[in-house]
Every structure is written in structure tokens, then in C-alpha cells.
Design a protein around this ligand. Sequence first.
Ligand code: 5AD
Ligand code: SF4
Length: 478
Amino acid sequence: MSKPKTYWIRTFGCQMNEHDSERLAGLLEVQGYRKVATPDLADVAVFNTCAIRENADNRLYGNLGHIKAVKDVNPDLKVVVGGCLAEKDRETIVRKAPWVDVVMGTRNIEALPDLLQRVEEQGIPVVEFSETLNVFPSALPARRDNRFHAWVAIQYGCNNACTFCIVPSVRGHEDSRRIGDILGEVKQLCADGVIEVTLLGQNVNSYGRDIYSKPKFADLLLSLDGIEGLERVRYTSPHPKDFREPVARAMAESKVVCEHLHLPLQSGSSRVLKSMKRSYSREKFLDKVAMAREIIPGLALTTDIIVGFPGETEEDFEQTMSLVEQVRFDGAFTFQYSPRPGTVAATMQDQVPKEVVTERFNRLADLQHRISLECNQQHVGEIVEVLVEGPSKKDPDKLTGRTRTNKLVHFTDRELVGAGASPARVNPGVAGGLGRLNAAIGVSSAVAAAPAIVGQGEFRTLEIISASPSHMEGRLLE
Ligand code: 5AD
Ligand code: SF4
């Protein structure tokens, strides 16, 4: 019997890329490929790239340098580059790294097996991009690493033009998927054992506008309620300008949609927001936060903030600091502004000097650190339900679970006591056929299951006993 072919995938960037990588893996598995942990064991090595921040280019070409050494040892290795950086650099990639075999766009994921075959037949690199989205990647078979959680893309591309952002130029305009297709996928996923889905889109609040002539995100959220087996729904990312009451009401009304809103602020200064073309002011953002908090009880709020956008003065930055102090986000992803070639902001005058950006960035990080700690400390003594993700990355003698509000809680579990568990250890309760997880093998039954991870996908009730800025510690109650 011939040895099965193997693949290795490295994913950079956002959840949409993780979602696409799961489809690339699924397509390869359907072709009989098996996943391996390192590229030197692989017949196909895939880099699914991100272009959103600086260094992405350097990192890609650095990685391609490493993979060349692997290919020197195994000349049959096929190297594939996909994702946003592939969209941005296209032919340049094979010029700079002629050992790359396939460069492919984000709108033709389904073509991977054909492209590999073409390389095999023709013996020269293939560069393939599509301007239109013929197949929503969600419709493709997936090889999920997590048996209970699935990413579900509801929309591709973005119609906005935030001046710092490379996404519209690499991912194209918005294309929404039909509600029926999304519900069909979620039902199938749940029948296969998934209990939590995260809906993905670049600007989910405008979901549906292109195909139904009005936004339908609130309707979509409500229609997910009642799908058998579905326990939790998350989504990312909304745009503050389009986040309106119907969506907040749908979040409050739905039993499955979690009480967590990630609302990217970017800056607390109306002047900077205008220059970013975000279409909302500081005051509007504060109004949206107040509205969401009023409508959705127990809401946790997180955000993205860019420090050092061109022209940002100390006063502008103080506005960001004061807004952060006022809103008290549960958490924030903070970024130093990075000029992306091809974006409007990259050509703006008044780029802020690096040392000023770093100094502001550190001040903001310290502030958010303190606020995150205080937010988490407020929960000490509360009883919470968590969905277990697996052994804690820091301490394998503990499990990590997530609250509906997206907070991580580490705790000592009866299943782990004295077991010396490692993340790959199979939980006999799961592998032995108990519960919903047993059937979880991805969208297509042709695709192999991810290995079972101890505790993963089970609920636990905990008392919160201590808090840090990044997580909380809990005590098992049942
Ligand atoms: N520089 C820094 N941060 C950026 N982001 C997007 N583009 C840039 C850039 N050029 C951040 C934004 C966005 C998040 C996904 O990445 O905060 O919300
Ligand atoms: Fe980029 Fe703005 Fe679109 Fe988000 S909404 S992807 S930041 S252009």
C-alpha cells in the first residue's frame, strides 16, 4: 500500500484565515492527504498569510527562506502561499521565491487540489487569482482542529474604506451568503457535534445588504436560536457605525448569542476617526456603548485600538486614554499604527515618530491592563458556567474554559487530578462514545476527526476565586 500524502499548514492573522485554512486542510484530506506537525514531514506546505500589519512581508519571506532549506532536502515538496499577502504580492512572490509552487487568492480556495495537479503536470509555478467569489469557502469540506467549535463565514470582503486598512484592496467588496445556506451549514455542524459557532465577516452589521437590499444581521442572529445542539453563538466583527438597536435587541433576546461584543474603536479622537474615515465620532461611539449596555444585561465589551495614526497629537491620544477610562473595556487589542503600502494613510503627512508611538502604546497598554484586572476582579465570588477548551496552556494540570462573556477561567478538574495530562491526551469519556462530541468529525464525513482533547466541549460550573488582567481562576462546584 502506498504511503498517504501529507500536508502542513501555517496560518497567520485573523479568524477568517483560520476558517479558510480549515477548508484548505479539508480539501486536502478529501484528496487523501494527512496532516503532519512539521514541514519536513510534508508533501505539501501551505502558508495562509496576513497583510494587515507590518512585518507580515518580512515574516513571509523569512519563512519562505526556511522552507527552501526543507525543499532542498525534499525537492518533491510543494510550497503553497495563500491569503491576503498572496493577494497583495501575487507574481512578486514567485519572483522573489522561485521555489514556491502555488500562489493563490482568497477567492479561489476551492481550486487548491486542481492547482497542485497543474503544478505536478506542468512542472512550473502556478499563480491563480479570481476577482469573483464562485464558491463560498464555508461550503467546502473542513478539517477542524476543534471538535466542538466552528467558524462560519457569513460575509466576505469589505465595502468600507478605512484609510489605514489593507483589507478592502486584498479581500475585495462585500459578498454575503444567503441565510438559508448559513442555517443549513450550522444545522449540519451541530448534527456533527459542534456546540459553539463564531460567525465571521469583515463588517457583520452590514450582512445581507448586498443580496437582500437591507441589513439582515439581527434576523440571522434570531434565526439561529433553537437549532438543535447549538449552545453558543459568537460573532466578529461589527463596525460601530452600523451597530444599531435591532442587533443589540437580537443579542439580548437570543438564548444562544453570547453576551460579548467586540466593537473596534480604533481611536477616541473624533478628529483622528474622521481622518481614518470611520464614519462615527467619539460621542457616537459612546452612545453605541451605552445603548448596547442598556439593552444587553451582563455584556462584556472588547475593542481594537490603533496608536500613532498619522497626525495623532498628544491631545488626540489623551482622548483615546480618557475614552478607555470612561468605557472600561473588559479587554482591548492595541496596535501600533503600521503604514500599509497602497492604503491612503500610508501616504499621509505627519507620520508619528516610532519612539512617540511606542511611548503612547505603553501608556495605553498599562491603562488597559489595570482596567482589565479591575473588571475581572469584580467577578470574584460569582458562580459562572464555562465551556471547556482543554488543558491550560500554562499549566497542564488545569483545564481552561470560557465564559459566555469570553473570559478565560483556569481551574483544577476532577478529570485531571493526578493524571499528568498533556493536551493530546484522549479523554476516555469522549473517545468512548459518550455525548455529542463523539460524532464530531467536521462538515464532511469524508474528513478525519481532530484528536479528542480532555474536557473539550464540556460545560463546568465554577466559583471565581481570583483574577488577573488576562484570565480568572475558578473552583469546580459540581
Ligand atoms: N496598523 C495598525 N493596526 C491596524 N489594524 C488594521 N490595519 C492596521 C494598521 N495599518 C488593526 C485594527 C483592526 C485590527 C484587526 O487590526 O485595529 O481593527
Ligand atoms: Fe478594514 Fe475598516 Fe473594512 Fe474593518 S471595516 S476591514 S478596518 S476597511
